[in-house]
Design a protein around this ligand. Structure first.
Ligand SMILES: *[C@@H]1O[C@H](CO)[C@@H](O)[C@H](O)[C@H]1NC(C)=O
Length: 132
């Protein structure tokens, strides 16, 4: 009886984890916001409409050359310094929170990386802000 119970709970757990894994694959936008950038035009500036407390969607921008992101040896990371001119323009896509970019490593080689903006950016009552 003990082993049957254990098996049952193990199966439940496995099922639960596969559901969670599947959910992770569904593209998600920045929480509470909709990315508005043209996916084919690289830019340092994120444009998004975010849900405000009055229920309306407000458009605001963040300039990642100056804030919220950083370049750690060629890899996009969260950080308040901004990318400066160490990375090329970033690619944003509506419906996802993933940003892609090419940045210079310490040895001057170019490295491609991506980052989940939900780790670095948040909706502050309808206005995009850096997560601190
Ligand atoms: C330069 O640094 C990057 C990041 O550490 C590394 O992936 C790459 O292989 C290095 N390139 C050379 C030519 O050393």
């Amino acid at each position: 009886m003990y082993t049957l119970k254990t098996l049952f709970f193990t199966l439940i757990l496995l099922y639960h984890q596969s559901v969670l894994a599947a959910a992770d694959l569904v593209p998600r936008d920045i929480t509470g916001c909709q990315v508005q950038n043209d996916p084919n035009t690289p830019s340092f500036i994120l444009i998004a409409s975010c849900l405000a407390p009055d229920g309306s969607m407000k458009e605001s921008t963040l300039d990642f050359s100056k804030q919220c992101l950083g370049n750690t040896n060629g890899v996009l990371t969260c950080g308040n310094v901004g990318l400066g001119s160490t990375c090329g323009g970033l690619f944003f896509e509506a419906g996802t929170s993933i940003v892609q970019g090419v940045c210079k490593a310490k040895n001057q080689s170019l490295v491609n990386s991506n980052l989940d903006l939900n780790n670095c950016v948040q909706n502050n009552a309808g206005i995009l802000g850096c997560k601190t």
